[in-house]
Design a protein around this ligand. Structure first.
Ligand SMILES: Cc1cc2nc3c(=O)[nH]c(=O)nc-3n(C[C@H](O)[C@H](O)[C@H](O)COP(=O)(O)O)c2cc1C
Length: 370
């Protein structure tokens, strides 16, 4: 529950909401009341950072037709009440900016179909570093060098809109087999120009993107990047590779690396409690950069241990937060943590019960633990 400061932003605690697509956008990538209720409940529930889902920087960068975006002004206006509510509860409002590349235009997994959405069902032609499909999906068109060079500008424009929409923090999505990870990995990038070949060249697009985003972000705003620390596949990215990239990210002004794994190719992943935590620890130790750990961190004690052993500076909670929006408040209670770090900023009378250091909102006082 102790606060964390990155540049000029203080997170009230180190329990953060992982970005999770809700596939519930209105037409044209506009966030809806669903996003207000979903993200708002988790700000009330005590998360230090409430990270909005993968948000497309251009329409063709959406994972599904139901994804939110930040490529136009209507989206900016629709995000504003959501960020205002989240920030009003004392959480930091974050947004994960994304381009899905060859894994775009897919069904959302609500039972409507699987794989690539055809163009005549609302899908679109996808793009990637090379004209090679993610197995089971349609093959993308290879981006020209000029089109690749435009990607950082797209992320920068979306960052400008994110600031305008009231977000405090931006995370660049370079994990899970989406466009920036596709460039980074030798399994999906077979280019022979300046964006392909050795790790330095495969990292060029990510670093150019970070530079472009950093240029738009005020000096006091932190920048996060989510990486997949390994492809879990022979010949793919290793934790050592990604630790080198993380050091470059730090040199380019990234303040925290959010460490996930996989997603670029079908692979067997040894899933288990905290299975990605060692990668976060290795990157933190060797790249000298702050990290967040994510993935099957389900109990308060486990989260506390990740932080105490120095594997990460923050933990991200995904699926457990889907059924329990108040996961951080419950964790503080479970650990008997009395740090008064969950004050709902600016509105204490309305939201913090006097003498209730875990920050249970006064509206819910009758449901709190006695
Ligand atoms: C419904 C759902 C949607 C997700 N969407 C995203 C996303 O938009 N961006 C992202 O980086 N990861 C996404 N993830 C992955 C989570 O952020 C997290 O890394 C993963 O679920 C592992 O953490 P957990 O075990 O706490 O759930 C999603 C996961 C779920 C369950």
């Amino acid at each position: 529950m102790s606060p964390l400061t990155l540049r000029g932003t203080t997170f009230r605690n180190r329990v953060w909401l992982a970005p999770m697509c809700q596939y519930s956008a209105g037409p044209d990538g506009v966030p809806t009341d669903w996003h207000l209720a979903h993200l708002g409940a988790r700000a009330v529930g005590g998360f230090g950072l409430v990270m909005a889902e993968a948000t497309a920087v251009v329409p063709e960068g959406r994972i599904s037709p139901h994804d939110v975006g930040l490529w136009d002004d209507a989206q900016v206006a629709a995000w504003r009440p959501i960020t205002a509510f989240v920030r009003g509860r004392g959480a930091v409002a974050g947004v994960q900016l994304a381009h899905a590349g060859r894994k775009a235009s897919t069904y959302r997994g609500f039972g409507e179909g699987s794989g690539t959405v055809p163009v005549d069902d609302g899908g679109w032609a996808t793009v990637g570093p090379s004209a090679e499909a993610f197995a089971g999906y349609a093959a993308p068109q290879e981006l020209t060098a000029a089109q690749v060079a435009d990607v950082p500008r797209q992320f920068a424009a979306a960052t400008r809109r994110a600031l305008d929409a009231g977000f405090d923090v931006v995370e660049v999505h370079a994990a899970h087999g989406y466009l920036l990870h596709q460039f980074l990995s030798p399994l999906s990038n077979h280019r022979t120009d300046a964006y392909g070949g050795p790790l330095e060249a495969r990292a060029r697009l990510l670093l150019d993107t970070v530079d472009a985003v950093r240029e738009v972000l005020p000096e006091d705003r932190p920048l996060l990047v989510r990486v997949s620390a390994t492809d879990w596949t022979e010949g793919g990215l290793t934790v050592e590779d990604v630790a080198r990239v993380a050091a470059w990210l730090r040199e380019h002004g990234v303040d925290l690396v959010d460490v996930s794994t996989g997603g670029n190719v079908h692979a067997t992943i040894p899933v288990g409690p905290g299975y990605q935590v060692p990668a976060a620890g290795q990157i933190r130790a060797t790249a000298g950069v702050a990290t967040a750990a994510v993935g099957l961190i389900t109990t308060a004690e486990q989260a506390e241990q990740v932080l105490a052993e120095g594997a990460a500076d923050a933990v991200m909670i995904g699926r457990p937060a889907l059924f329990d929006p108040s996961w951080p408040l419950r964790a503080a209670h479970a650990l008997d943590d009395k740090t008064p770090a969950l004050d709902h900023l600016g509105d204490p009378g309305a939201t913090v019960r006097p003498g209730e250091p875990t920050g249970w909102p006064v509206q819910y006082a009758r449901g709190s633990w006695g």
